[in-house]
Design a protein around this ligand. Structure first.
Ligand code: PGA
Length: 251
């Protein structure tokens, strides 16, 4: 039942190819022997170059988004087939920046989740409430709806390919992390939702990361909570000096 800790870096819209390759090389070196599951998600333009750096290492290559269809007249989009072709193994879907800035809804995210699974990509599915929703006491309801809708039609057999990332929107890039207790409570809610969507006990088997202002100073207390299985790290993933201590939080 022990779930493996999973630390992922979401580089967002940062780093040229040269910068991305340099950071990836530093991470490969510094994280050799790290016992946890590791993933980095550089921007699309750097994926191919970073793929060569992480190939054969324990660091998985992730993308930050993908289109909801395989190919066609979709100017500006990137296909799952293109991602697979260059060695991408995982894809972050439903990030709050995609939801809020680009208007992605649960239905679209659900299409993307199913397409990624169809092609054998792992998924990091992001969910989380806004500050307004939290203040209205709706955090649990919002997260329940997002998990339920984004996983619609996803079979239990595919769940090992899915990581859920609980990222309260008010904690992302703001320096305000959720308290370990608050985050753990929502992770527990997500496990209960999974128990109702699938068989009882399923929730215990799924990896659930926390994301939102994770840094070296708070990583250990967050990552040692019973329901928090890892971290999806934004700002602090952009430098070796901050990402490596998070990935080695228990060293
Ligand atoms: P942050 O971002 O660590 O910079 O808060 C987390 C995320 O958006 O995944």
């Amino acid at each position: 039942m022990a779930r493996r800790k999973y630390i992922a870096g979401n580089w967002k819209m940062h780093k040229t190819v040269g910068e991305a390759v340099a950071l990836a090389k530093e991470l490969v070196e510094s994280l050799a022997g790290c016992p946890h599951k590791l993933m980095i998600a550089p921007p699309f333009t750097a994926l191919s170059a970073v793929a060569s750096v992480v190939k054969g290492t324990p660091i998985l290559l992730g993308a930050q988004n993908m289109a909801s269809v395989e190919q066609g007249a979709h100017t500006g989009e990137v296909s799952v087939l293109m991602l697979k072709d260059i060695g991408v193994r995982s894809v972050i879907l439903g990030h709050s920046e995609r939801r809020i800035i680009y208007g992605e809804k649960d239905g679209l995210i659900n299409e993307k989740v199913k397409l990624a699974l169809k092609h054998g990509l792992e998924v990091v599915l992001c969910v989380g409430e806004t500050l307004e929703e939290r203040e209205k006491g709706k955090a649990e309801e919002v997260v329940t709806t997002q998990v339920t809708q984004c996983l619609q039609g996803v079979g239990e057999g595919d769940l090992p390919m899915i990581t859920i990332a609980y990222e309260p929107v008010w904690a992302i890039g703001t320096g305000k992390n959720a308290t370990p207790q608050d985050a753990d409570a929502i992770h527990k809610v997500i496990r209960k939702v999974l128990d109702t969507l699938y068989r009882p006990g399923t929730g215990e088997t799924v990896t659930i990361q926390y994301g939102g202002s994770v840094k070296p100073e708070n990583a250990r207390e967050l990552l040692t909570m019973p329901n928090i299985d890892g971290a999806l790290v934004g700002g602090a993933s952009l430098k070796k000096e901050t990402f490596v201590p998070i990935a080695w939080f228990d060293r």
